[in-house]
Write a protein that binds this ligand. Structure first.
Ligand SMILES: Cc1cc2nc3c(=O)[nH]c(=O)nc-3n(C[C@H](O)[C@H](O)[C@H](O)COP(=O)(O)OP(=O)(O)OC[C@H]3O[C@@H](n4cnc5c(N)ncnc54)[C@H](O)[C@@H]3O)c2cc1C
Length: 381
C-alpha cells in the first residue's frame, strides 16, 4: 500500500471519529450500550473487511496500516476495535487455512459485515492452556455434533458466526493434534447463556456460549482436515497481538494527550502544574512509552507483512504497549488529581480499559515467556 492511499484511509477514519464517535462515546460507554449506529458506519468504512483480501471484497490492508487504524480508533474509544478485530482473526483463519469453498462462501459476507462474529477459544476452566479445552465435536454423517461451553467471547451476542475451537480427538497426544476449528453459525443448540459484566471495555458484548447437541456441517471444518485447529488458532493470534498492541498505543496516547492538556490549565501554587518538575517527569516518561510502543508495533507489523515469523516481535509489542497503556492511564489519573477519579473526564475510562490489554490475546506473563523462548531458540549457545 502506498503512503497516499494509507493517508486517505486514515484521514477518512479521523473525520468519522471526530464527527460521529467522540461526541457519543462517553454516553454509550456509561450505559454499556452496543454502538449500533457506529457499527453501521464501520461497515460503510469497510472495517469489517480491513485485512480480508480484495479478491473477496475486503480492503486487503497490510498489518502496518491496520495497526495504525486500530491505534487511531482506540485513542477515541477502544471498545470499537473489539467489534471488528476478533472478527478479522476469524476471517484470517479462513483466508489462510480455509478450503476454496469456505473462502467463497464466508469471506465476502465477513468483508461486508453482513456476517459478523469472532473467536470462541476460551472456556470456563481454561484460557492460557488452550489445549485443555473440553468442548467436543463428534462426527455424525455430514455433520459434527458439538457439546461444551465457551466464555468471554467478544461479539458473542451481536455476532452470528464464530471460529470455534473444539476437541475432535480428546485422547490425542500431543493434545493439540486432537483439536479442530469450525465456522459455527448460530442455530439450534448454539445458545448465548449470559452477557458478562466487566470493569471496562463497555459497549462491546462479551458472552458465555453453550453448545448442546449443536450440529455444524463437516463442510465448515476449517481446511477440511481434523487436528489443525490449534495451529489455526495460534496463527491468527499474531495479528491479534499486533492489534492489542496497537490498542495499547491508542490508549497510551489518549492518556498522554489528556494529561498534557490538563497539566497546562490546572494551576497550583500560582503556576500551571506542568511547570512542576514532578509532573514533567511523568509526562516525559509517558511520552517516551508512547513512542517506544508505537515503534514496536510498527516493527512487528512490518515483520508480519513480510511473512516473517514474528511471534517474538508481536509478543514484545503486545507486552510493552499494553503495559504502557496501563501505566499511562494511571499517571493521567494522578495528573488530573481528584478530577481523574471523576466520570466527567475520560482518564478513568482509560484506566478501566487498559488492564484488558494485559490479559487478552495471551496474558503478558505468557508474552514474556514466548519472548524468552524465541530469544533462546534464535541464539543457540
Ligand atoms: C473482556 C474480555 C474479552 C475476551 N474476548 C475473548 C474472545 O473473544 N475469545 C476468546 O476465546 N477469549 C476471550 N477472552 C479470554 C482471554 O483470552 C483469556 O481471559 C486469557 O487468555 C487468559 O485466560 P484465563 O482468563 O483462563 O486465565 P488463566 O489461563 O487461568 O491464567 C490465570 C493467570 O495465570 C497465569 N498463567 C497461566 N499459565 C501460566 C504459565 N504457564 N506460566 C506463567 N503464568 C501462567 C496467567 O498469565 C494469568 O496471570 C476475553 C477475555 C476478556 C476479559
Amino acid at each position: 500500500m502506498n503512503t497516499a492511499d494509507e493517508t486517505q484511509i486514515l484521514d477518512a477514519i479521523a473525520k468519522w471519529l471526530e464527527r460521529d464517535v467522540r461526541p457519543k462515546a462517553r454516553e454509550l460507554e456509561k450505559k454499556d450500550e452496543y454502538p449500533e449506529q457506529m457499527v453501521a458506519q464501520m461497515k460503510a468504512l469497510g472495517l469489517f473487511g480491513a485485512t480480508i483480501p480484495q479478491a473477496y471484497g475486503g480492503l486487503g490492508l497490510p498489518a502496518s496500516t491496520y495497526a495504525k487504524i486500530v491505534a487511531q480508533i482506540s485513542e477515541v474509544w477502544m471498545s470499537l476495535t473489539g467489534i471488528f478485530n476478533s472478527h478479522l482473526i476469524m476471517a484470517t483463519a479462513v483466508a489462510r487455512y480455509g478450503t476454496g469453498e469456505q473462502k467463497e462462501k464466508f469471506l465476502p459476507k465477513f468483508a461486508s459485515g453482513e456476517v459478523r462474529g469472532g473467536l470462541a477459544l476460551t472456556e470456563p476452566d481454561c484460557g492460557t492452556d488452550l489445549q485443555a479445552i473440553r468442548t467436543r465435536a463428534v462426527r455424525d454423517g455430514k455433520d459434527y455434533v458439538v457439546n461444551g461451553t465457551k466464555t468471554w467471547i467478544s461479539n458473542g451476542i451481536k455476532g452470528s458466526c464464530f471460529a470455534l475451537l473444539v476437541k475432535t480427538d480428546p485422547a490425542a497426544q500431543p493434545r493439540h493434534k486432537g483439536m479442530s476449528m469450525f465456522l459455527a453459525e448460530k442455530g439450534k443448540g448454539f445458545k448465548v447463556s449470559k452477557k458478562l459484566e466487566k470493569l471496562g471495555y463497555k459497549g462491546i458484548d462479551s458472552a458465555e456460549l453453550i453448545f448442546e447437541d449443536y450440529r455444524v456441517p463437516a463442510a465448515n471444518l476449517i481446511g477440511g482436515e481434523e487436528g489443525k485447529g490449534f495451529h489455526h488458532a495460534i496463527g491468527g493470534l499474531e495479528l491479534g497481538r499486533i492489534n492489542v498492541a496497537a490498542r495499547g498505543v491508542g490508549v497510551a496516547n489518549a492518556a498522554l494527550k489528556d494529561a498534557v492538556a490538563y497539566a497546562q490549565v490546572r494551576k497550583s501554587f500560582g503556576k500551571p502544574i506542568c511547570e512542576h518538575q514532578a509532573i514533567q517527569l511523568k509526562l516525559g516518561e509517558m511520552a517516551t512509552r508512547c513512542e517506544a510502543a508505537r515503534l514496536l508495533v510498527e516493527s512487528a507489523a512490518r515483520a508480519y507483512d513480510a511473512g516473517e515469523r514474528c511471534d517474538m516481535e508481536a509478543g514484545m509489542a503486545k507486552y510493552f504497549a499494553s503495559e504502557a497503556a496501563l501505566e499511562n492511564s494511571i499517571e493521567a489519573v494522578r495528573i488530573h488529581g481528584g478530577y481523574g477519579y471523576s466520570t466527567e473526564f475520560n482518564v478513568e475510562r482509560y484506566y478501566r480499559d487498559a488492564p484488558l490489554l494485559c490479559i487478552g490475546e495471551g496474558t503478558n506473563e505468557m508474552q514474556r515467556i514466548i519472548i524468552a523462548r524465541q530469544l533462546i531458540a534464535r541464539n543457540p549457545a
